[in-house]
Design a protein around this ligand. Sequence first.
Ligand code: FMN
Length: 186
Amino acid sequence: MAAPGGTPPIPPYPPGVDTPEQEAEYDKLRRRVLWSLPYGLYVVGSRAGERRNLMTLNWATQVSFEPKLVGIGVDKHAFTHELITAGGVFSLCTVDREDRAIVRKFTKPVEVDLAAGTLNGFAFRDGLSGAPVLTQAVAWLDCEVRQSVDTGGHTFFIGEVVDCGFQADEETPVLRMEDTRMNYGG
Ligand SMILES: Cc1cc2nc3c(=O)[nH]c(=O)nc-3n(C[C@H](O)[C@H](O)[C@H](O)COP(=O)(O)O)c2cc1C
């Protein structure tokens, strides 16, 4: 998902970028450089009380060896943001590279069917923290939020891994951003 078109250029600018045209040009260049960063692609589970969600996300990384911390950047407008803020937990799931279509299934709040045990028709189970874990995930990390860093339009939620596992062969190639034609960021 590209940054919304038509948004004005965002400072700061390096020396030599002075006119509105140069600013617009630099803004585009910076976006392309940011899009060129390699990323994984994940499904994030969130929960507050009986409200659950799964969301497609690429802004994820480990941020500490000890303790075992993982950070995710979540849009403040996302339902996932509301749930993680209220519930203090999230799961981070990797997906088989063959399951690319899943990316489009989790870009808005899911339909919950607790009787069937599905979110948007995809089977899930609740992890130790309570956050939903996608049954078809290759691997999953179950996290409790330790810090929430306000980064502007997003919050960087830093969670400690309280449980994790594989649900498929460990060698299964997992989905990366480059497997889609989409951009997020820039
Ligand atoms: C390929 C791809 C990557 C995305 N990466 C992120 C991300 O890193 N952070 C984020 O907040 N939203 C990301 N999104 C957008 C969310 O999936 C979603 O559309 C939006 O945040 C609303 O989710 P919600 O169901 O929690 O309301 C991405 C979407 C796509 C298609």
